[in-house]
Design a protein around this ligand. Structure first.
Ligand SMILES: [Zn+2]
Length: 323
């Protein structure tokens, strides 16, 4: 059969899935064909829009580029975005842009670097100074801005200054929102103001405050949590996705997986309804970390084109990655 390698892998995988016994559900048929056994990665190839290198939280061992690549191989992740963390509220240790750029330079076909500057950082030259700081990173290959995880309201004037420079440099912004970082009110009016003020900047939402807002009837306290149970109608996310074509959703971390898993009937329809704006991600940041997204995504019954967009196509287009 004269199939493109990707189609051939997909065909082999489908054939194997169709004929495999229940025991094989815990093996990745793609890996099986290549003689490797892995965890239950039933989909892919994935583009993961959310990983971190180095040390992130105290008490955790560091994740090296080698460790990240081995994990990617084992889970059929073709490319991963490496996100720096540079704000004191973001993590225990800072993950510098320079390290993300260096890792991606060593593995240009697998790792995609983002750059980050905390907008409270001291810099000279006003807007031009901030632009020049970021431009250096863009010239070295940075494909986006983030993880923007700053202890300020999402639409604070300092945050707006950073978005303005990202607008100049055509950088998508991956932001974290909860009750400490990128804060907002119930219904995400601050995010609405940001999306309206910068219609040419693509904003990629992540974190408890963003994903809890999949549901209506949301008390402000839940912007810092992982609410369970049925999703109420009238959630801010559907409203904002409808009103702003520059909003994207990063399905990574406990917040992203909870938003889909808490009400799978809603999750299934949401994935299909927002297929053009959702991006597969994990937030993998330490060796051996459990990642629910692989099995969760595989558990939904999605049309092939929807799955392909969410698992890799949208990220490839948005970040202008080589196919
Ligand atoms: Zn993260």
């Amino acid at each position: 059969m004269n199939l493109h390698p990707t189609s051939r892998r997909r065909f082999l995988r489908q054939t194997l899935v169709a004929t495999a016994s229940v025991a094989a559900a815990t093996l990745d048929p793609f890996a099986l064909t290549f003689g490797r056994t892995t965890s239950a990665a039933l989909g892919g190839p994935y583009v993961d829009v959310h990983t971190h290198l180095g040390r992130t939280w105290n008490g955790d061992p560091p994740l090296t580029a080698k460790g990240l690549l081995e994990w990617m191989d084992a889970h059929n992740v073709a490319k991963a975005v490496v996100l720096p963390l540079v704000s004191p509220e973001s993590s225990s240790y800072l993950n510098l842009t320079e390290e993300a750029l260096a890792a991606a330079k060593a593995h240009p076909d697998r790792l995609v670097p983002f750059c980050c500057i905390d907008p409270r950082t001291s810099y000279r030259g006003g807007r031009t100074g901030l632009r020049d700081l970021l431009k250096e990173y863009v010239d070295q290959g940075a494909k986006g801005f983030g993880e923007h995880k700053v202890g300020l309201p999402i639409d604070d004037p300092k945050m707006m200054a950073a978005y303005e420079v990202c607008d100049d440099l055509k950088l998508p912004v991956l932001f974290h929102s909860d009750d400490i970082r990128g804060t907002d009110e119930s219904g995400l009016p601050g995010l609405g103001r940001v999306l309206k003020a910068f219609p040419n900047v693509n904003f990629i939402g992540h974190g408890p405050g963003f994903w809890a807002s999949i549901s209506g009837n949301l008390p402000k306290a839940d912007l810092g949590g992982y609410p369970k149970g049925k999703v109420f109608p009238g959630g801010a996310l559907d409203r904002l996705f409808e009103a702003h074509s520059n909003l994207w959703g990063d399905l990574s971390a406990g917040s992203g997986s909870n938003a889909l898993a808490r009400d799978k009937e809603f999750g299934q329809k949401f994935l299909i309804r927002r297929a053009n704006r959702l991006l597969f991600g994990t937030d993998y940041l330490k060796p051996g970390q459990a990642v629910p997204q692989f099995e969760l995504m595989a558990s939904f019954d999605l049309p092939a084109d929807v799955r392909a967009k969410i698992e890799r196509g949208n990220a490839t287009t948005l970040l202008k990655l080589a196919e």
